[in-house]
Design a protein. Sequence first.
Length: 561
Amino acid sequence: MHGPHDPSPGFEAKRPGGEMKSRASEAPTRSQLLPLGGQWQELTTKPYFIPGLVVCVVIALLFTLMGSSSASVQVMAYGIIPVNIPMYTIVLALCIVGGGAFAVYRMAGKPKAWWLMPAVAVFTALLVSSPVMGMLQGLFGIGGGSAGKGDTFVIAFVKMIFRAGLPEESLKAIPVLFGVFLGWKLMLKRDASGMARQFAVLDPLDGILIGVASGFGFAFAETVLQYVPGTIVDSNQTVVGLLNLLQQQGLRIQLPQDTSRLQDIVNLFALLGKKIGVERATFELQQIIANRQGVGLQLMIPRLLSDVFGHAAYAGIFGYFIGLAALKPQGRVKTILIGLAVAVTIHALWDATTGSAFMYFLLSMVAFVGLAIAIMKARTIAPDRSQLVASQIIDRFAARGARSATASAPVGSAAAPARPAAFAPGPQAAGFAIATPPMGPLPSAANYQAPAAPLAGSITWDDESNLRIIEVGTARVPASVGARLYERQVPGSHAGAGDSVIAEVSANPNDPNVLGLKNLSDTAWQVTTASGQQRELLPGRSIRLEAGLAIGIGEMVAHVR
């Protein structure tokens, strides 16, 4: 039992944000009871404020537009049939596309302007309905038409390479290639600022972001402006309704047997327009298909959700290779062709798959994993990786997993501290060198009180554990025994043993709870302690890991958190 003045380690321990300003046993203050009174000014600076505000606006719009038949946008299906698309469908489509783009933007962590991805998406959406799309389809049309019901999977796959894969991936790559041109011009001028720099593609991360934005623009235009109106119109109900209207005008039409339903609808509507005028024919058609708008919404949701791991993923993967060619120009044609082949292959496999839920799942996973790996690799080789924003999905995953593992370990009642105040080597600790000034003697056992250990299964994202993290560029390595740093993570470093390992975390032989980082490279490291003192760590020597330590390795600086 704790007395009224006895601090409880469970409630009075240091928090991640610093020391508590008031004891947990005290009554809540006015600012704690009314938190918005003093904290609302800071809210607008948080990264989640704008996304939350956008979602609130979308919710209000969806409730306002729900069931409204007057709020709609008229588009042309198959070039001749006017169809009203409800604004509810368009707002929901923009929400899905915007959410997917924002997720990829946060994964990449590239400090780009907020308007870049929307601008690229709008540009590509305009390209879809321009003559450029038709030109590319004509250029790659040597593979034949669309896959038919009687085609085998292999034949359908080959057809879709030329019918969809090559022209569509080439179209989506236009903004990325334009960004490479801008980047080349900026490099010649040595200009790294301004709006042009936002569109410039200088490395794979630039290519991924612009490629993904282009993919989302293509997916929105194709789905909302083509597939949704086509699905709304395409029904036996539409054919019967148009035949009845023509019959009322004294025309009895016998439909040919060798045409599709869509061809019949286009021909019947054109004939009705000539008979009663296009404006009245449009009104009559809208009355016929008024109850079919829900069918278009049913198609739009799964198509756009799949395009997060579809069109956007394919274009992002291709963008990685284009950006890689910009970063490493040697063999750039080969690099771009490999990227095009990868994107087109996954794209054509998806289009050739019909009706198989397992194949849809498998190909979605392939596209998702491919895009995620491309982002991870692009972050490690980015020239400005020290300026990248830590990715909540990529960079924190390993650290959080290691943290949970540490929390799950059994803790004794007399556990030793995880980070003693000093790293004092004994006679047997020949491998560990003190690279920091003496910190004073260890506290005696009688006066030392072990910090409260985290309870197994109670770790949350606000908990502070004793696990140190070594940050090198975009990499976050948990400082546990056996953890290593490699040459590929630290440009400019070279392993002394030739095995690509430049550093390894090991325990002090005299105290296993004290961890150090051993220099396994062939050059000395420049070390800056938390107090600002500088030391040199020679190859083969180790330094105690403590918060605030900065270690110059190769071209990078490793920070211990």
